[in-house]
Design a protein around this ligand. Structure first.
Ligand SMILES: NC(=O)c1ccc[n+]([C@@H]2O[C@H](COP(=O)([O-])OP(=O)(O)OC[C@H]3O[C@@H](n4cnc5c(N)ncnc54)[C@H](OP(=O)(O)O)[C@@H]3O)[C@@H](O)[C@H]2O)c1
Length: 247
C-alpha cells in the first residue's frame, strides 16, 4: 500500500495523550517515523511508542518539558540522531490555565507563554538547522485565536494568537527552502484538556453547528494532509477546524 509519508521523519511535541497522541498515530500509520515528547505521562508515552512499534511503525517517546528551552532543543536533536533527519515538526504541546483574569499570577503568564509560545519558537529554530527541503512546520493553535467564547480565556487566547504571527513570518523566512509553515486551529476536541462530558461541554455544544465535539483523529487527518505532498502549496495559513464554532 502507498503510504503518504513513507520515509519521512516527524517530531510531535506533547504526544503522550489527546490530540498529540492521535497525530502521532496518524503520522506513523502513513509511514513516518515518529518521535514525540511528553512531560509527566511516562507510562502512556511508552505505551504509545510500543503500540506504534508493534503495528509495524517506528516511534520513540522523549521526556522533554516544553517549558524548558534546552529540553525542547534536546528533543529535536535526539529525533535527528535517532532517525537520521527531520522532515515534519508538529508543535502540539499546549496548556490552559482556567482562572478568573484577576486571579492569574505572573507565574501563570510565564508558564502559558513558555509552553504555548516560546517552545514553538525554540523548537522551530532548532528544527530549521536540520529540516529537509520540502519540510513542514505545523503548529496546533486554537480557534480561540480568532474568537473568545467566554471568560477565563484571556491568557490562552493571547498565546494562541501569537502563533498566527509566528506562522506568517516563518512561512516567509523558510519559503526559500520550500519548507511550509502553518497553524491548525482546532475548536472543541474531546481530550483531558476539554472533556466532552461536562456541563461546560454541554454549553459548548450549543455553539457548535454540528452539535458535537471533534476528535484527535480529525486533527491528525489535517496534519497528515498538510504534511503530505497534497499540502505543498499551503503555507503561512491558519486553518480552523472547529465544527463551525467560530462561524
Ligand atoms: N482539546 C481542545 O479542545 C483543544 C482545542 C484547541 C486547541 N487545542 C490545543 O491542542 C493541543 C493539544 O491539546 P490536548 O487537548 O490534546 O491537551 P491534553 O489532553 O491536555 O494533552 C496535552 C499533551 O501535551 C503534553 N504537554 C503538556 N504540557 C507539556 C510540557 N510542558 N512539555 C511537554 N509536553 C507537554 C502532555 O504531556 P503529558 O501527558 O506528559 O502531560 C500531553 O501529551 C494544545 O496545544 C491545545 O492548546 C486543544
Amino acid at each position: 500500500m502507498n503510504k503518504r509519508l513513507a520515509g519521512k521523519i516527524a517530531l510531535v511535541t506533547g504526544g503522550s495523550r489527546g490530540i498529540g497522541a492521535a497525530i502521532s498515530r496518524r503520522l506513523a500509520a502513513e509511514g513516518a517515523r515518529v518521535a514525540f515528547t511528553y512531560v509527566r505521562s511516562a507510562e502512556k508515552a511508552e505505551a504509545l511508542a510500543a503500540e506504534i512499534n508493534a503495528s509495524g511503525g517506528e516511534s520513540i517517546a522523549i521526556a522533554a518539558d516544553s517549558a524548558d528551552p534546552q529540553q525542547v532543543t534536546n528533543a529535536v536533536n535526539r529525533t535527528v540522531t535517532t532517525f537520521g533527519g527531520l522532515d515534519i515538526l508538529v508543535n502540539n504541546a499546549g496548556i490552559y490555565i482556567g482562572k478568573a483574569f484577576e486571579d492569574h499570577s505572573l507565574e501563570d503568564y510565564e508558564q502559558i507563554m513558555a509552553v504555548n509560545v516560546r517552545a514553538v519558537y525554540v523548537a522551530a529554530q532548532a528544527a530549521v538547522k536540520h529540516i529537509s527541503t520540502g519540510g513542514r512546520i505545523i503548529t496546533i493553535g486554537s480557534n480561540m485565536a480568532d474568537g473568545s467564547f467566554g471568560p477565563q480565556t484571556t491568557l490562552y487566547s493571547m498565546s494562541k494568537s501569537a502563533l498566527q504571527g509566528f506562522t506568517r513570518g516563518l512561512a516567509r523566512d523558510l519559503g526559500n527552502k520550500k519548507v511550509t509553515v502553518n497553524v491548525i486551529q482546532p475548536g472543541p476536541i474531546d481530550t483531558d484538556m476539554n472533556p466532552a462530558n461536562t456541563e461546560l461541554a454541554d454549553f459548548i455544544r450549543t455553539r457548535l453547528p454540528l452539535s458535537e465535539y471533534g476528535t484527535g483523529e480529525d486533527i491528525g487527518g489535517l496534519v497528515v494532509f498538510l504534511a503530505s505532498d497534497e499540502g505543498k502549496f499551503i503555507t503561512g495559513a491558519a486553518l480552523t477546524i472547529d465544527g463551525g464554532f467560530n462561524a
